[in-house]
Design a protein around this ligand. Structure first.
Ligand code: HEC
Ligand code: HEC
Ligand code: HEC
Ligand code: HEC
Length: 189
């Protein structure tokens, strides 16, 4: 692999990106907000909206389309769970960790590392990354919603109840069983 050539095409792609002010507007705006202006909480709220996630993932891959066909998108008006509801954990530090990864994503997007063509080949590694986060935090984002009155074992169909009853004693967490719920199923290695 010729490194000089490689860098050149990367910068050319970045430049093509820079020539699309509309596409660039949203992420750049967010980066600027990150860097100074505006309140920090404001940035968190803004960057948690579906529209923000859609701004890259709608054209870059098929993630948004898969989400829109899933139960967590509901009818699109009354939306059970946004992208951020599942991917941005609540506790502050966890949140920052995800945001820092997100800044890396903005770099990848601008440098054109990810495209519809190569997304499927990068995908298993990304899925692994998400599973790792969810296993480590005991699927905390799922549990933000599916808990208490929203997760009553006695009210669940038998198959679900039997599986959920043994979860704690077996040291299992939601993502051990509910993979590929919102996105196409990726087979775990
Ligand atoms: C500026 C463009 C951009 C925006 C906005 C964006 N993403 Fe991404 N995202 C990417 C790119 C590019 C990748 C692939 C990067 C890589 O290879 O790690 C990615 C990867 C991911 C992954 C796979 C694991 C990872 O972090 O690498 C998840 C999950 C994800 N994005 C969720 C989100 C969510 C949720 C939002 C909205 C809060 C969002 N993204 C907004 C560009 C973006
Ligand atoms: C913001 C709240 C929220 C979050 C976060 C969330 N859910 Fe849900 N989930 C819901 C609601 C509301 C429904 C009922 C949707 C419907 O079917 O109308 C649901 C439905 C489900 C269902 C039954 C429908 C189906 O497609 O099988 C499963 C299973 C499920 N969620 C698992 C999960 C898992 C696993 C996670 C974490 C990766 C998660 N949920 C994250 C709110 C949430
Ligand atoms: C040991 C595997 C296992 C684990 C761990 C697990 N589930 Fe399930 N869950 C199932 C099965 C199996 C079903 C039934 C699905 C079916 O019949 O299609 C189910 C069904 C559900 C449903 C639908 C219930 C209904 O009323 O129809 C929800 C919501 C759900 N799980 C959420 C969760 C959440 C949240 C967690 C983590 C707290 C979790 N599950 C952990 C196996 C598991
Ligand atoms: C109900 C929870 C939930 C919602 C809503 C959700 N995701 Fe995911 N996402 C997951 C889980 C769980 C994984 C890990 C792979 C799997 O099991 O499907 C994942 C994986 C990913 C990946 C890695 C590639 C892959 O297919 O595994 C990307 C990128 C991603 N999500 C982005 C998004 C974006 C952008 C949105 C909104 C358009 C979104 N997700 C909505 C739960 C969710």
């Amino acid at each position: 692999m010729n490194h000089v050539e490689n860098n050149k095409t990367r910068w050319q792609r970045l430049w093509q990106w820079l020539k699309k002010p509309l596409l660039l507007g949203i992420p750049i705006g967010v980066v600027l907000l990150f860097l100074g202006a505006g309140s920090f909480q404001g940035v968190m709220v803004l960057s948690n909206q579906n529209a923000f996630c859609f701004s890259c993932h709608l054209t870059m891959d098929t993630i948004v389309q898969e989400y829109q066909a899933s139960s967590h998108y509901g009818d699109g008006i009354d939306i059970p769970a946004t992208c951020a509801d599942c991917h941005v954990p609540h506790p502050f530090l966890e949140k920052m960790k995800v945001k820092i990864v997100a800044i890396a994503d903005i770099y990848h997007m601008m440098a054109g590392t990810v495209t519809k063509e190569n997304f499927e080949s990068l995908r298993p590694a990304m899925a692994e990354g998400v599973w790792e986060v969810m296993k480590a935090n005991d699927s905390s984002t799922c549990r933000n919603c599916h808990q208490g009155d929203n997760f009553v074992l006695e009210q669940q169909p038998q198959r679900a109840r039997l599986n959920h009853q043994q979860m704690a004693s077996r040291g299992e967490t939601c993502i051990d069983c509910h993979q590929g719920l919102t996105h196409n199923r990726i087979v775990e290695k």
